[in-house]
Ligand binder design. Structure first.
Ligand code: ADP
Ligand code: MG
Length: 255
């Protein structure tokens, strides 16, 4: 029997994100207990698990919003956990989208998309506006460039937040439950934008409860519980035939 060839490369030496034996304590509370996994270039890895299992902490460690207690994280071969690493530079390559959209309420949509380009990337205003308009078009919200966040629906706000992250021209995107705060009828538009991104070859790590998205778009599904990865594999396989009792129990509650 031959092993099927994965659709996308998973060789660790060329991984977009490589997490090795990651531990994170908050005080005496060990929240991540030795996490090992990697995300290949252009792969979509979905992370599921019960509340409190450490999913957000894991994502936040990947772009150094939290400092790991021990272990190593490499982003395209560069060790971001190296004390001498240029964290700001590395972080600028990673877009992050949160459950709460965190748009600047006193700025128009367009300004939300240009300010970090100018301040962090050093882009000239004209270039920043041009890039902002093209990312807004990508999420289907060109007509909202002059609107303020308070006048957007939750789904539109989240698409603006995605466009804002994309305006920084990231190499990869991290999503932390991007649709969990949305009314059910608005979830689809946001997932459609994420699916488009995936099909364009964006490397993505997505914490989500949307099993349909994980099954359809994910290259790999990671199930976390209690600060460890209990099970990981092809999403279709894990969802249809979970091997561990904890995975079975979790899926029986959410599917
Ligand atoms: P999940 O995203 O899977 O719900 P989190 O990563 O948010 O889980 O949280 C994992 C555990 O870490 C929880 O017990 C949470 O209370 C704890 N935790 C998360 N952030 C902090 C923090 N900044 N300070 C202390 N404890 C934290
Ligand atoms: Mg979380």
């Amino acid at each position: 029997m031959t092993t099927p060839t994965p659709a996308t490369p998973t060789d660790r030496s060329t991984a977009a994100i490589d997490v090795q034996d990651l531990h994170k304590y908050f005080g005496a509370n060990e929240v991540l207990k030795g996490i090992d996994f990697h995300v290949g270039k252009a792969q979509v890895v979905c992370v599921i698990g019960p509340s409190g299992s450490g999913k957000s902490t894991l994502l936040r460690c990947v772009n150094m919003l939290e400092t790991p207690t021990s272990g190593k994280i490499f982003v395209e071969g560069a060790e971001i956990t190296d004390p001498d690493a240029d964290i700001d530079k590395l972080r600028a390559r990673i877009g992050m989208v949160f459950q709460q959209f965190n748009l600047f309420p006193h700025m128009t949509v367009l300004r939300n998309l240009t300010i970090a380009q100018e301040k962090v990337k050093g882009r000239k205003k004209d270039e920043a506006v041009q890039i902002a308009r093209s990312t807004l078009a990508k999420v289907g919200l060109s007509e909202k460039e002059s609107a303020y966040p308070a006048h957007l629906s939750g789904g539109q706000s989240q698409r603006v937040a995605i466009a804002r992250a994309l305006s920084m021209s990231p190499d990869m995107m991290l999503f932390d439950e991007p649709t969990s705060a949305l009314d059910p009828e608005l979830v689809g538009d946001v997932l459609a934008v994420m699916k488009d991104l995936a099909s364009e070859g964006m490397t993505m790590m997505v914490v989500t409860h949307e099993m349909g998205f994980a099954r359809e778009v994910g290259d790999k599904l990671v199930f976390m519980d209690g600060g460890v990865i209990v099970e990981e594999g092809d999403p279709r396989t894990v969802l249809a035939d979970p091997q561990h009792e904890r995975t079975q129990s979790f899926l029986s509650k959410v599917l």
